[in-house]
Design a protein around this ligand. Structure first.
Ligand SMILES: Cc1ncc(C[n+]2csc(CCOP(=O)(O)OP(=O)(O)O)c2C)c(N)n1
Ligand SMILES: [Mg+2]
Length: 409
């Protein structure tokens, strides 16, 4: 028998710099088209939901179908303000990084709806295990912008005392677990925390967060084994923003199937959602949170979105993807879509929007002045290097004590 040489399949993105991107072949469900099963439907009867796209807002700003109707006009206005605040915060911090006031920053452009809407399905005491691209969870939970800025500046007001990378926030009171730079650890930690909540007979649920690229990590799969075996009260969020730094989602198997479908191998119900649709994210999140609270177990949710900016301030996407890709991305801008909806239902106007934008911009600027009055990366009051040695051991071991003394603290 003749032997032909073997070869590997290396997935390649469809479009590279210089190409004209075209997403017309992307299958996108109409708003309102996807059914909404009861939360206790058997997982094997709702496998179709991992291959469609739950959307509520249509092109005219109307809310359609069975996933609509969960939010009052006040809640929608709050949501719009949260997303506008996150975007204004991002743009101030991007400039601050370019001015050398911090070493590093990561934006959320295009993904604001996901973290801002999801936070609103949680209750006091629930816990997110976020990655670096969910600051909207904090903003929507009412965490002060000035505290976020102090963290980014690593100044004396930083609750992490300068020991974390900028944007690695933390607040137990706001349900935001300290961010780990080791991606996918969020999944096993969230599942473990959820299991502990159930073992203690508590009522709190957890939310795990991961990006498309990071689903390739083994922690993701281990977490799904434990979550499904023990029916842990956890929502397993996957943010598919198409890119993992310069690597396209196909490298994490995204070109072969949906990320939501990963849940099926574990018998976990899975939803695939328009991540740029605030109403759809909120509706899907509520559905999954209710399942967790009713002890029905985990839910996988894939949010389909697009990372409109660079990965971080250290990245230039022009080197690996066409510049226009973000502009022609078919799911639109989450802020514009929610704004259009509020105007369509006569609960908002261009004037009110302009006024809100001005208020938010003033609020963010005032917070920035306050944070900078404490200090930035290279000026003002910074945490003492002495703190570097604390909070790990109850009693400092002799070698650390010696190092601290050698460092002069
Ligand atoms: C375990 C681990 N491997 C690699 C990295 C380096 N790294 C930082 S961000 C990133 C890309 C992650 O992409 P994705 O999961 O899609 O999240 P996104 O940045 O798109 O939100 C990588 C590989 C890391 N931080 N942790
Ligand atoms: Mg990604």
């Amino acid at each position: 028998m003749s032997k032909s040489p073997l070869s590997l399949t290396i997935p390649e993105p469809e479009f590279r710099p210089g190409d004209q991107p075209d997403f017309s072949a992307l299958a996108i469900a109409q708003a309102g088209e996807v059914r909404r099963p009861p939360v206790d439907e058997a997982p094997e009867l709702m496998r179709d939901l991992a291959f469609s796209l739950i959307r509520v807002l249509d092109g005219d700003g109307k809310a359609r179908g069975p996933w609509a109707g969960g939010l009052s006009p006040d809640a929608l206005r709050d949501g719009l303000r949260h997303m506008m605040t996150l975007r204004a915060y991002d743009s101030r911090m991007l400039i601050a990084q370019r001015q050398g006031k911090t070493s590093f920053y990561m934006q959320h452009a295009g993904e604001e709806a996901i973290s801002c809407a999801f936070q609103r399905v949680l209750q006091q005491g629930d816990m997110n295990f976020p990655t670096y691209r969910q600051a909207g969870l904090l903003i929507a939970a009412g965490y002060p912008i000035v505290d976020m800025m102090c963290q980014v500046y690593s100044n004396e007001g930083d609750s992490a005392r300068g020991r974390q990378l900028p944007v690695f926030y933390q607040s137990r009171a706001h349900g935001f677990f300290s961010i780990s730079g080791n991606l996918a650890t969020q999944y096993i930690q969230a599942v473990g925390w959820a299991m502990a909540s159930a073992i203690a007979g508590d009522t709190k649920i957890a939310a795990a967060w991961i990006g498309d690229g990071s689903t390739a990590e083994s922690d993701f799969h281990a977490a799904l084994v434990f979550a499904s075996t023990y029916k842990a009260p956890v929502v397993l969020n996957i943010v598919n923003n198409q890119w993992a730094i310069s690597t396209f989602q196909g490298i994490a198997r995204g070109a072969a199937s949906t990320f939501a479908a990963r849940g099926h191998g574990f018998g976990i119900p899975a939803l695939r959602v328009d991540g740029n649709d605030y109403l759809a994210v909120h509706a899907a999140g509520s559905w999954a949170a209710e399942r967790a609270r009713r002890n029905l177990g985990p839910t996988v949710i894939e949010y389909v979105t697009y990372r409109a900016a660079g990965h971080s301030t250290s990245d230039d996407p022009a080197g690996y993807r066409p510049r226009q890709e973000g502009e022609i991305w078919p799911l639109g801008d989450p802020l514009e879509r929610l704004k259009a909806h509020l105007i369509a239902i006569s609960e908002w106007s261009e004037e009110r929007h302009e006024q809100a934008a001005a208020e938010i911009s003033e609020h963010v600027l005032a917070a920035q002045k306050q944070a900078e009055a404490i200090g930035t990366l290279h000026s003002g009051r910074q945490p003492s290097p002495r703190l570097m040695f604390e909070d790990v051991y109850a009693e400092m071991p002799p070698h650390l004590l010696e190092q601290r003394q050698q460092a002069g603290y």
